[in-house]
Design a protein around this ligand. Structure first.
Ligand code: SAM
Length: 211
């Protein structure tokens, strides 16, 4: 989509509560990657339609997207995983400051290693994958076992700044990551247990519906 169209859509997004605006500024100033505005608005709308009881998020960072989900869906419980201790502390503080500690549970640890602990919070209506991009398929395989029959798996960054559509990428590490994301997208689109659509919003959001 043209940048001017994206800017137009962004200009129509209503202002968030002051608390979220401050989190957005913090993330921008401290280079914390949080979901892009059009991406999160699209995801929140899908979640409002789905009205899940329980969401598992893989990749909390400072708790921005989990608190946006908690705010949009006050009856929904959110379990979110973060492996970076500093970010986990910030996320916990933000969750407390926003008064959502009853609704949002932060689990500190590597999502690839704490499946038993996390699965005890399940099953989940929605799983949101937004952690290390090279590991998306592993997160999907590990946690989809704890998804309810009519559940959704949402994956962010599947278009990775549009790089998935580039012919050649000079930077070697970026090229490797893009290759992994493309492999994930192909695997996901071909998964016989899920119907998947890739929405070109934000950094690219895949919605996979089980069944
Ligand atoms: C893109 S950020 C998450 C942004 C957040 N969902 C938001 O939009 O506000 C990704 C986070 O995932 C964390 N992460 C990466 N790999 C992880 C893993 N294997 N287990 C747990 N957390 C992980 C990173 O430390 C980082 O803070």
């Amino acid at each position: 989509m043209k940048d001017s169209v994206i800017q137009y859509i962004e200009s129509l997004i209503p202002e968030r509560p002051e608390f979220f605006m401050r989190m957005e500024s913090y993330a921008s100033e401290h280079h914390v990657p949080i979901m892009e505005s059009t991406g999160i608005e699209a995801m929140l709308q899908i979640l409002r339609i789905k009205n899940p009881k329980k969401i598992l998020e893989v990749g909390a960072a400072i708790g921005y997207s989990s608190l946006r989900m908690a705010h949009a869906l006050p009856m929904t419980k959110i379990i979110t995983i973060e492996r970076d201790e500093e970010r986990a502390v910030l996320a916990r503080n933000n969750i407390m400051e926003f008064g959502k500690e009853e609704q949002v549970t932060l689990v500190l640890g590597d999502a690839l290693e704490i499946v038993d602990e996390v699965s005890s919070y399940g099953p989940f209506d929605v799983i949101f994958i937004d952690a290390a991009k090279g590991q998306y398929q592993r997160f999907f395989e590990l946690y989809s076992r704890y998804l309810l029959e009519d559940g959704l798996i949402i994956t962010d960054n599947v278009l990775f700044k549009g790089l998935v559509a580039e012919e050649a990428i000079q930077h070697k590490r970026t090229a490797q990551l893009v290759k992994k994301i493309k492999q994930y997208n192909e695997w996901l689109m071909g998964h016989s247990d899920y119907h998947t659509v890739i929405l070109p919003v934000g950094d690219g959001v895949a919605i996979s519906k089980k069944g």
